[in-house]
Design a protein around this ligand. Structure first.
Ligand SMILES: [Zn+2]
Length: 383
């Protein structure tokens, strides 16, 4: 265990360090065309971290060898340094074209620990490759808590979750309309190019995910999809002067989002999206469903002691929504920092229920489906 500047705890075992170093090296490789010198230096530095974790004579010994290993399942890099990282065994970080895989964004990022001694001031590295998810969250929420007013805190957090991207002017107007919104400086930035489609006229377009509203990733083959795979809608791009999307799987009849011009548009950084907006979208969805059922809901009460306080009929329920795709990271976190309310697994994580119960027998835990059923019953009983 080690302690960072924010006073949060995280484990800093060799397995964690190897995963964090591999992700940083993979990210650096994926942007080497734009960040030539810094990227190659970073890969060399991360080779050192991996070598140190493996011990002399084992594992990759040159940056080129490390990059080769990033195109293979992580099992290889983790052999000999593993501490229950089995869920990463088959995960590959770089695809054939040297870009980060979807797994890097939605699963591996949950394993990141800061590499203190090797970190330096690498401001070009995104926060989700260098910081623990708790640190990213803490940084965002600290800016909101400067006011002691609970309603301003709720308004600020809600605003960020509901508007993770948009036209700069549009965002300012929305913010003024809501009032009392406090966000960290520099929270919104230009939309990354791999989340933009550029037509022959070089005009750029982006599409908000139907579930989290953050710009979806656009591949070179014209596949458009949210980086968080439980937000599962996949679209095909239909080029033109005003490009549109066509749903790839015809199973669900949801109309695709309309394209928006990238000029003047901004979005929150990937770390804030992944660790504040994605779970936040689930928190708001569950709150709205409980309200529709006739319950009263308080969001993030007592300055975020837990996520939802739900008053249904004569009963009161408090829950903490845990949206964590990595089951081993979730278990680790619940062990070191026991929750102050019943844990609620949102739809995308309901499959974790049994394993979580087995791993932590004393833990109070429910799922989105079960919880909303309980709320409806409580409302009905009181009528
Ligand atoms: Zn999404």
């Amino acid at each position: 265990m080690s302690e960072n500047t924010l006073g949060l705890h995280y484990t800093d075992a060799p397995g964690h360090r190897v995963v964090a170093a591999a992700l940083r090296a993979a990210y650096a490789w994926s942007v080497r065309d734009v960040q030539r010198n810094s990227a190659m230096l970073e890969i060399a530095r991360m080779t050192g971290v991996v070598m140190e974790a493996h011990g002399p004579g084992k594992g990759p010994v040159t940056p080129a060898e490390l990059v080769d290993r990033l195109r293979l399942p992580l099992r290889g890099l983790l052999a000999g340094v593993r501490e229950q990282r089995a869920e990463l065994d088959d995960v590959v970080l770089l695809d054939d074209e040297g870009r980060l895989t979807e797994n890097a964004y939605d699963l591996v990022c949950e394993h990141v620990v800061p590499l203190k001694d090797a970190a330096g001031a690498q401001s070009w590295l995104p926060t989700w490759t260098t910081m623990h998810s708790d640190q990213i969250r803490q940084r965002v929420f600290t800016a909101m808590i400067t006011s002691t007013k609970q309603d301003e805190y709720v308004a600020s957090r809600r605003f960020l979750i509901e508007h993770p991207a948009g036209g700069e002017q549009e965002l300012v107007e929305l913010r003024d309309r809501v009032g009392g919104v406090r966000l960290a400086k520099g929270g919104y930035r230009a939309i990354p190019e791999d989340q933009v489609y550029r037509g022959l006229d070089a005009q750029g377009w982006w599409w908000p995910c139907l579930e989290c509203k953050w710009p979806m990733a656009v591949t070179s083959t014209g596949k458009v999809r949210c980086r968080y795979r439980p937000h599962s809608a996949v679209f095909d791009l239909v080029p033109g002067t005003r490009p549109t999307l066509r749903r790839r799987d015809s199973a669900r009849r949801v109309s695709p989002p309309a394209g928006k011009a990238v000029e003047g548009a901004k979005c929150v950084d990937a770390g804030v999206w992944r660790f504040v907006v994605v779970p936040g979208a689930s928190e708001l969805r569950i709150a709205a469903a409980a309200e529709r059922a006739g319950a009263k809901v308080l969001l993030w009460p007592f300055r975020d002691r837990f996520d939802l306080l739900v008053e249904a009929g004569d009963e009161k329920f408090s829950v903490d929504v845990k949206e964590c795709l990595s089951l081993s990271s979730l278990i680790e976190r619940l062990r070191t920092r026991p929750p102050s309310a019943r844990v609620l697994l949102p739809k995308s994580c309901e499959w974790q229920l049994e394993t979580l119960r087995d791993a932590l027998p004393g833990l109070a835990v429910t799922t989105e489906t079960k919880f909303l059923g309980q709320v409806r019953t409580a409302v009905r009983k009181a009528r």
